[in-house]
Design a protein around this ligand. Structure first.
Ligand code: TPP
Length: 364
């Protein structure tokens, strides 16, 4: 459904003023750029691999929203916990989940971070405290409250950071999570990636109040809204928010206003939004903006940029080779990690007569 009212009301956040960059900061800014480019190029390659049927299942790209994952991640410590959505390749990479295991996961190989069982929507990496990858819209929110509550009860000064979309904020789980996080005063940073659409539904058609910081206020929670297309603005806002959560042991709500440049997933004809709207937001691409900012101040040469891209592309090629060389989980392992309430012993007679494909049909 094409929705003119929604499209017209989606005003762009104002561009940040082009302040001059302290040369001491230049290296950090180049690093932020490198991280965003790494996510973008990785995902562009994933789209190609999807068309080539190397990556199967669903694939949701973060194209346009990279400044959020990269900006927020700067203030988090290795022991802090991350919970994300199914659009989580950017968070996983920015967090430090190795690209190899992410790619192998998407290929469905045993060497993937979830033995190839999760795929794109379920990246999970215990070593990085990266707790998903959650395919259920809003599903990560209660999980994040639980993680933060555990940290509080155990007296650990850790923060849980939960990324979710505007669509999740229309779910019951969002309200339950906001309520309990505020009531129990848990150290949780809510990061709402407001890209204006939940699949093809514009926020005007799913939220009675579409000012997200107002929603947070109704739970007595402090909140800030930031331009999610500006990595420096996100980084600054997130740093204050994380300090608040860590020091005051209270939740905080950070809304990042953003836009996804590509379709919702690989199956989406995008009939619900105007091409002009997409183009207008593309003009605010966080990668282009930061590149131009650095270049205009002589802090990034063409050669620097080319070197950055070459090294990223090499890493991506190595990740693909790693995934290609990976192994498929043997069929005998199909029922490993599959739990059932029925006692297989009590069904031994039935089980003994079942063929492998019968068993598979039962567990699926
Ligand atoms: C509980 C539930 N309902 C519906 C879906 C189908 N669905 C998948 S993505 C999506 C839109 C979510 O939008 P949003 O939270 O704004 O995140 P975005 O995709 O924009 O990043 C929906 C409705 C789902 N996965 N889970």
């Amino acid at each position: 459904m094409k929705n003119k009212t929604a499209v017209e009301s989606h005003s762009l956040p104002k561009s940040a003023p082009t302040n001059s960059i302290d040369p001491k900061q230049a290296e950090h800014l180049r690093d932020l750029l490198q991280q965003m480019l790494r996510i973008r190029r990785f995902e562009d390659k994933c789209a190609e691999l999807y068309s080539a049927m190397k990556i199967r299942g669903f694939l949701h790209l973060y194209n346009g929203e990279e400044a959020i994952a990269v900006g927020v991640m700067q203030s988090l410590k290795p022991e802090d916990a991350i919970v994300a959505t199914y659009r989580e390749h950017g968070q996983a990479l920015a967090r430090g989940v190795p690209m190899n295991v992410v790619m192998a996961e998407m290929f469905g190989k045993l060497e993937g971070c979830c033995r190839g069982r999760g795929g794109s929507m379920h990246l999970f990496h215990k070593e990085s405290h990266f707790y998903g990858g959650n395919a259920i819209v809003g599903g990560g929110l209660p999980l994040a409250v639980g993680l933060a509550l555990a940290d509080k009860k155990l007296g650990r000064k850790q923060v849980t950071c939960c990324f979710f979309g505007d669509g999740a904020a229309a779910e019951g789980e969002f309200h339950e999570a906001m309520n309990l996080a505020a009531l129990w005063k848990v150290p949780l940073l809510f990061v709402c990636e407001n890209n204006l659409y939940a699949m093809g539904t514009a926020i005007e058609f799913s939220h009675s109040v579409n000012n997200f910081t107002e929603k947070a206020k109704s739970y007595g929670m402090e909140s800030v809204s930031v331009d999610g297309m500006d990595v420096l603005a996100v980084e600054e806002a997130a740093q204050k928010a994380v300090e608040f959560v860590r020091d005051r042991l209270k939740p905080f709500f950070l809304e990042c206003r953003t836009y996804r440049f590509r379709a919702h997933s690989m199956f989406d004809a995008e009939l619900y939004r105007d091409k002009k709207e997409v183009e207008a937001w593309r003009q605010r691409c966080p990668i282009t903006t930061l590149t131009q900012k650095l270049q205009s101040q002589g802090l990034l040469s063409d050669q620097d940029l080319a070197t950055m891209k070459t090294s990223i592309d090499r890493e991506i090629e190595a990740a693909i080779a790693f995934a290609e060389a990976g192994t498929w989980e043997p069929i005998e392992d199909l029922t490993r990690f599959v739990y059932s309430q029925s006692n297989p012993e009590s069904n031994s007679e039935l089980n003994s007569e079942m063929t492998t494909s019968d068993r598979q049909a039962r567990v699926l």
